[in-house]
Design a protein around this ligand. Structure first.
Ligand SMILES: [Zn+2]
Length: 161
């Protein structure tokens, strides 16, 4: 599976790609040079809106020019170009840190999450980096719907989200 690094202009795209489970690094403030170097040594594809960056020699084999000023257009383009299944890894990654989420046992979470959530949810996951705890909430359904609308599909995520 491809790994990506998004340039500073593509924060929303990066976030929505993470929602789909894609490995996308994103730093809001990173120089072109640092972006190129990081992409090269971590074998990541640069996603950029910058034609100049794509044409630089160092990036020639691993930069992808994103067309469109708005993330829905950008998302459609990237999903098509890299044949990404939007729901295969749906919400399997921390939206903040890009780290894969790991399952976490419910007992032990009492007091760490809202009481109502503890009472009504059974599946929890956590990020090994920021320790944020994830569970299925109403915003998950909204994200599914948003992706379906943007990509023009009716399918649902494969794994219970
Ligand atoms: Zn995290």
């Amino acid at each position: 599976m491809n790994a990506f690094i998004a340039d500073a202009m593509l924060g929303k795209l990066a976030r929505w790609m993470r929602v789909m489970g894609c490995d996308v690094e994103y730093f809001p403030e990173i120089s072109d040079r640092a972006l190129s170097d990081r992409a090269k040594c971590s074998k990541r594809i640069i996603l950029t809106r910058d034609t100049r960056l794509v044409q630089q020699k160092i990036n020639r084999d691993n930069a992808f020019l994103v067309i469109g000023d708005h993330y829905p257009d950008q998302l459609r383009q990237v999903v098509e170009a890299f044949a990404i299944d939007p729901f295969k890894g749906f919400l399997s990654r921390c939206l903040r840190c890009n780290m894969p989420l790991v399952s976490i046992a419910k007992n032990g979470l009492a007091g760490k999450i809202p009481y109502y959530v503890f009472e009504t949810q059974d599946r929890f996951e956590t990020c090994s980096q920021c320790r944020k705890i994830y569970w299925k909430a109403t915003h998950v359904e909204q994200m599914v719907e948003r992706l379906q609308n943007i990509l023009g599909i009716n399918r649902m995520p494969e794994r219970p989200a």
